[in-house]
Design a protein around this ligand. Structure first.
Ligand SMILES: [Zn+2]
Length: 558
């Protein structure tokens, strides 16, 4: 699952020990009570999926971070499972993930034949134009066109640095580009300013490439090697910055029956590793493996189980493509890559089903997204007894925080199964012992019904849905609350509140249902997003919440 963390999940939710204890009982007890009542085939499914989650979420796979050996190991394991499940056509689809910039090892810098050390003494700016060997005799006091210039950073930025988010990279690049117009060959920027801290190389810098090479000399090196601005220095340097990539992979299993149409079932198997990509919600500062049992070993386990299940269906007139996506947590990268580089003609895909976080079912409740992407879905789910005792919260949108979005964007009907968020979301505590395995079995059984009915359905037309604003907008304010995604009534139900944040300060409590923020009704997540988007830090307003049968007005300051 890949949410905009700032909006949805705020760190440091205070742990309610009692609640966790009861939750634990609720998850464990049905397993023991009902396990004996299960049929033999159901028991086998339960055992299979439990083993998959336990393996994928084990420390051995180190949190399956995209582009790491641990993710590759998980991919190889999943491919092997598909093969064991009787699917002969399996493959690994590799793709590159941009991993920032890196100074090329061929870069060097000499001043008067003394070698400067990369990073501690000098570095090329991340946006620098690459250069071959350049030799120049220059004095900071005597700057001539058609030469290399040595310039103090303080001179370049003048007094603009007073505003707090000053972009040094952009200022230096613009300065260098102006000098390029005058015929200057390269710029050496040193920093003797008391007011400006030393710059450092930022791998994530996105400043466009400059017209001439630009190199930074640190304060320490400038004091040592460029102490006298009147002196002429003999410079010899070469600068090169290159893009870095790591490789992730999708695992593809094709049950090819030579049929005209194919059903795609997908689940991402990557997770956060140790949280190196900055997408953890853990703020403890302790380096720990994020096992991602619910997110998304659970969906992967159901995917693997379904690759077995569909082979037992009576009808055989459709192909199945099972995909375990990599790099979902970095922004749906694996599914985007597949949708842009498909292994089959996407116009022959009947529909796509995505499973992301299906391991925390509570009281038979869960969410099915993509409901509005085909009129067929309402026909299917409205059949008598189709949903039996499931309590489903339907979400119409084809766009959401997971991989079905990539297929919806290709005009393919989608469904997205999700059992709701929780306080372990994107934390090292999303572990296998907290999974509701019986809930996963129930989801699998419903999916088997959806797939076998979907196989024989003749017309599953695509339908565009209203674009929600979820996950893509940037907000200036947050409440510091966690919405309950399994809640299907009016308003936004709150599952948790972070101490010290505006929501908690205003007196919002877990269990409250937010009906209105200011003048904007928060009937749905969309309304809630719109309401938050309309405020700035420091503003205040009234939040109306429903607590039990009572409606309460709470003044709030963002
Ligand atoms: Zn996630």
């Amino acid at each position: 699952m890949h949410f905009d963390l700032k909006v949805y999940f705020l760190p440091e939710l205070k742990k309610d020990k009692m609640r966790q204890f009861f939750l634990f009982l609720a998850l464990i007890s049905p397993f023991f009570i009902n396990a004996q009542k299960l049929k033999k085939a159901e028991k086998a499914q339960l055992e299979y999926m439990t083993a998959q989650v336990q393996h994928l979420a084990s420390d051995d796979l180190e949190g399956r971070r995209a582009g790491t050996d641990a993710e590759k190991k998980a991919a190889a394991y999943i491919q092997q499972q598909f093969q064991q499940n009787g699917i002969t056509k399996t493959s690994i689809q590799n793709f590159d993930i941009y991993d920032g910039k890196k100074v090329d090892a061929t870069s060097f810098f000499y001043i008067d034949e003394q070698e400067l050390k990369l990073n501690s003494d000098f570095f090329p700016f991340p946006f620098t134009k690459a250069t071959e060997n350049i030799e120049a005799l220059v004095s900071p006091a005597l700057l001539e066109p058609n030469s290399t210039w040595i310039v103090d950073l303080g001179e370049i930025v003048k007094n603009e640095t007073l505003h707090p988010h000053f972009d040094y990279m952009n200022a230096v690049k613009n300065y260098a580009d102006q000098l390029a117009e005058k015929g200057v060959k390269a710029v050496i920027v040193y920093n003797k300013s008391k007011e400006i801290a030393d710059l450092s190389f930022s791998a994530q810098d996105r400043t466009p490439v400059s017209k001439i090479p630009v190199i930074y000399v640190t304060k320490a090196a400038a004091n040592k090697y460029l102490a006298d601005p009147e002196q002429v220095y003999n410079l010899h340097f070469k600068a090169k910055v290159s893009d870095q990539y790591r490789t992730s992979q999708n695992v593809i299993a094709y049950l090819d029956r030579g049929a005209a149409k194919t059903i795609v079932v997908g689940a991402h198997y990557d997770h956060l590793g140790y949280g190196e990509d900055g997408n953890s919600t853990d703020r403890s500062g302790v380096k720990a493996i994020h096992n991602g049992a619910d997110d998304n070993a659970s969906g992967t386990a159901v995917l693997l189980q379904l690759s077995k299940s569909v082979q037992t269906f009576k009808t055989k007139d459709v192909n199945y493509l099972f995909i375990a996506f990599g790099a979902e947590e970095l922004g749906l990268l694996g599914s985007k890559h597949y949708a842009d580089n498909p292994t089959l003609n996407l116009s022959n895909v009947k529909f796509m089903i995505n499973l992301d976080m299906v391991g925390r079912m509570k009281e038979n409740q869960f969410t099915i997204g993509g409901f509005g992407t085909s009129p067929y879905w309402s026909t299917l789910f409205n059949q008598p007894n189709f949903l039996s005792d499931y309590k489903v919260n339907f979400d119409t949108s084809g766009v959401g925080p997971s991989d079905h979005t990539s297929f919806y964007r290709k005009n393919i009907p989608v469904l997205f199964f999700f059992t709701g968020s929780h306080t372990d979301y994107h934390k090292p505590s999303d572990d296998a012992d907290k999974i509701n395995y019986l809930g996963m079995l129930k989801i699998t059984q419903l999916l088997e019904k959806v797939l076998s009915k979907g196989e024989t359905a003749t017309e599953i037309a695509f339908q565009a849905t209203k674009e929600p604003t979820m996950g893509t907008r940037k907000f200036n304010v947050t409440l510091g609350v966690m919405p309950d995604y399994s809640y299907s009534g009016v308003g936004v139900k709150i599952d948790g509140v972070t101490e010290g944040r505006p929501g908690a300060k205003a007196g919002i409590k877990a269990g409250d249902i937010i009906l209105k923020i200011g003048d904007i009704a928060t009937n749905s997540m969309d309304g809630y997003m719109n309401a938050l988007g309309s405020f700035e830090k420091g503003q205040s307003t009234i939040v109306i919440v429903k607590r039990g049968e009572e409606e309460i007005k709470l003044p709030i300051e963002f």
